[in-house]
Design a binder for this molecule. Sequence first.
Ligand code: KIV
Ligand code: ZN
Length: 535
Amino acid sequence: METPAQSSPPQPTPPATAGHSQGGELIRIFDTTLRDGEQSPGASMNLKEKLEIARALEQLGVDIIEAGFPITSQGDFDAVTAISSEITGATIAGLARCTEKDVRRAGEAVKHAKKGRIHVFCATSKIHREFKLKKAKDEIIRMTTENVRLAREYVDDVEFSPEDASRTEHDYLAEVVHAAIEAGATTINCPDTVGFITPAEYRIMFEYLIAHVPGAKNVIFSTHCHNDLGLAVANSLAGVQGGARQVECTVNGIGERAGNASLEEIVMAIRTRHDQYPYATRIQTKKLVPTSRLVSSLSGLHVQRNKAIVGENAFAHESGIHQDGMLKNKSTYEIMLPTDVGWARSENVLGKHSGRHAFKTRLEELGLRLNDDVLNKSFEQFKTLCDKKKEIYDEDLEAIVEDQFENVEQLFKLKSLQVVASTNGTPTATVTLVDSGGAEITDAATGDGPIDAMFAVIQRITQISATLVNYQVRSVTGGKEAQGEAVVELMHSDRKVRGRGVSTDILEASAKAYLAAINRIRTLTKKTVSQGTPI
Ligand code: KIV
Ligand code: ZN
């Protein structure tokens, strides 16, 4: 009897070594970390932090940076304006609902950009039409036409998104998309707003629109997937197979609810499975891990250890069988080279004999380009750390730089700290802070525990009362001399504010984190202690 012919399973190509992806039609990477990503609960960032992330995204090679939603707050408007004024290597987009006020505000914010885009959206699904907008189908089409036209008065590059496109009737979706193209939209983004669609359905939706909408061939179609069912990356890739040539995503997959499609996973899927996805992106893949770290520390959203590509375990092998395979040939258990995505395998990189040049070079290898002032302060902190710790790892260096960054706007600085913990006495903390005028203020307080006492005394000195809603401590590096990172979240006047601190001493890290949050509150409320009344 003849054996039926068998097709062999797909054989992944050996890991490629270049820093960017192979050839093929270009997939534009539209990063919305600063807009949809910032909508993650607890992830709000200040202007400096947003600019820092925008710079990193430009270096990473993203094509479009969605910098914010200008109508929502002065802070968002300022961030989009500042990013538009500085970043020239990527298009800068500002989001707007389908209203005149929104579009004009977004237009004002992106007008400084070398390449500016207004991203207009309007919900189209039956459920959104009836319950959220309470508008008829033709009214939505009219709003789309009017506002896309208005956006074109500000910029030539206008994106339109029919929100909840994935739950919209195909024929009506085609009508709205047609109206947007007629009005001058150059990109049509079809969001899976609630993370409901499956890959096969999403692909069919793009194929349908591209085949049925007049003028579809003259615009770029885009995916925008949320991860409620864990399908965001699979759906985005299916959308690309259906004809989309722009993918909207975020670093570390942060975003509303379960998040957005993760940038690093999409880029590495295209690169690693080029046999299935014969496309190119402009992403410098070696910068994926440093960018992920930066976003994680500035947004306060930690990356889970087993997260694909950028999680700490993504290239760690624990089982003996796997380790044995790895020693014989890395391709047995690794489908990508860790160095291709920015993992530094080198151990014990720097120590107390290292000079400034080596320090600066290593930071640059990690994607951290600092101005002279921050570099000098970071170097000083590095030398201090070398006295406490024999081996300095890349993670230590990143923590030092992030700490400097946190410190930039400190109105109160920690001078010294003495904490007494006891199983049968009352925990007490004595703290000395230096205010922005250079005055030293010392006070002491008791508490339920040493941390409670420390936070109480800081509240008393700074005269800001806030409620602690979240407090986390973790080790940034390994070993007994590891640096610890503390993150606190305080509630103040219905506003949640975050602070982060790093030190080899976990109590000091906690005090710094608490103080960073207090400083943020002070910046937000713009009051001074000299006014006397506690805020
Ligand atoms: O998820 C969504 O629908 C959005 C739109 C504003 C594009 O974020
Ligand atoms: Zn979204």
